[in-house]
Design a protein around this ligand. Structure first.
Ligand code: NAD
Length: 385
């Protein structure tokens, strides 16, 4: 079996994006080659996560300066992001593509993948079950994002987080309000607490309150009636009335905070708008707002995808692709997620990837196969698009 890993840093630059992560680490390449798999890796693929070609070579990979001679022969293409359409057309039609496909918002790409007959594994669709936890790239990258967002906020704040009592005066702990306490939000809470901040958090899923409090933060209680959650544990969209109630109840907490970090997402849909400009205006000069969702539509009005901007003395951080800021750890964790997925389904005797679509993990995350879109949630979403 032949696997190819792309140099996504180089490819992202062509579209004026940045990507520092790589879909494999020397450690995962060594584990794959020990299984008798031929691993090809595009030159400098690990450079921005500080892995050199010679480390991949020592792990048994073939480092290639061009993918041309092998692209049509490979069985599996491992990506961090979705591959470019032009590249898909050069793959064999029985090839498997694995990566962040962003399928709900990439109908044209998924249609192309489907038409070529390629099998696509979308890591976003890996189910949130105990068996699949080790393959859950959304969680691994969201944990790192939670940490990075606090670091970004701290780097932009004109004050410190912990309380400091000195002969020169006493500094009160910074106040941080975190909206959305899923994987990223909880990690942001833990990071902010470790740095000595006073942390308040809110989530529409009341079940999260206990987890917030167990990290030493306070949970903001707002009664907006039934919010519920999907069968996969994701938040549901709120009614207009609930949204208005939330906004009013959160205004005081936002105005009172030095840092606000928003991490609210709705699976398969645009993130909810949580903070309007009129609320931002109530914040103190020098306060920092980090909008995790800036790249996918934004939780905060006015945030700019990929940028840190200032609005009336407030810093608004919308950088996005947060985990690539800690590229080595992000690559390690993502590469482990991908290896664990492969390891689960590679047959020990033949070395082939067994596409068992009855298996609950593959039944969810395989989104195209044999010329069809195989995920019902996606088919439904495309009908409504
Ligand atoms: P997510 O990225 O979809 O959303 C982030 C958070 O935003 C969620 O907690 C959500 O409730 C919250 N949110 C949505 N709308 C909001 C609003 N208007 N105001 C405030 N908050 C809002 O979710 P996620 O972080 O990927 O995780 C969702 C859940 O799945 C969590 O409970 C998590 O613990 C669980 N999970 C389970 C597993 C597993 O069992 N293997 C793995 C990962 C996550």
């Amino acid at each position: 079996m032949k696997i190819l890993i792309l140099n996504e840093a180089k490819r992202a630059l062509l579209t004026s994006h940045t990507e520092k992560r790589c879909a494999a680490s020397p450690n995962t390449v060594a584990k794959l080659t020990r299984k008798g798999i031929d691993v090809f890796i595009e030159q400098d693929a690990g450079a921005l996560s500080l892995y050199e070609d010679k480390e991949f070579e020592a792990a048994g990979a073939h480092v290639v300066d061009t993918i041309e001679p092998i692209i049509s022969q490979i069985n599996i293409l491992l990506c961090v992001n979705s591959p470019h359409e032009e590249l898909i057309l050069r793959l064999a039609n029985n090839a498997i593509v694995i990566g962040h496909i962003d399928p709900f918002f990439q109908k044209s790409l998924v249609t192309k993948l489907c038409q070529t007959g390629i099998t696509t594994v979308s890591v976003e669709m890996v189910p949130r079950t105990s068996r699949a936890q080790k393959m859950d790239a959304l969680s691994s990258q969201a944990s790192l994002a939670g940490y990075v967002m606090v670091m970004k906020a701290v780097a932009n704040l004109p004050s410190i987080l912990p309380m400091m009592m000195t002969p020169s005066g006493t500094i009160k702990p910074a106040k941080i309000f975190i909206i959305g306490a899923g994987v990223a939000g909880l990690q942001a809470i833990a990071t902010a607490k470790r740095l000595g901040a006073s942390v308040l958090a809110y989530d529409t899923r009341p079940v999260v309150a206990e987890q917030v409090e167990s990290l030493g933060a306070k949970f903001l209680k707002i009664d907006i009636g039934d919010t519920g959650e999907t069968k996969d544990g994701y938040a549901k969209e709120l009614t207009e009335q609930q949204k208005n109630k939330l906004e009013a109840a959160q205004q005081k907490a936002i105005a009172d905070s030095d840092i606000v970090i928003t991490t609210a997402q709705l699976f398969g849909r645009k993130p909810p708008l949580l903070i309007k400009s009129s609320t931002l205006e109530k914040m103190r000069l020098g306060s920092v707002v980090v909008d995790m969702a800036a790249q996918s539509g934004g939780n905060v009005e006015g945030s700019k995808a990929g940028e840190t901007i200032k609005i009336n003395g407030i810093t608004l951080v919308g950088n996005g692709n947060w985990s690539q800021d800690v590229a080595r750890d992000a690559t390690d964790m993502y590469a482990n997620n991908i290896f664990n997925l492969l390891d689960e389904f590679i047959d020990a005797d033949t070395g082939n990837f067994l596409l068992d679509l009855e298996d609950d993990i593959l039944a969810n995350c395989v989104i195209t196969h044999n010329g069809a879109i195989t995920n019902d949630m996606l088919t439904e979403a495309y009908k409504g698009a």
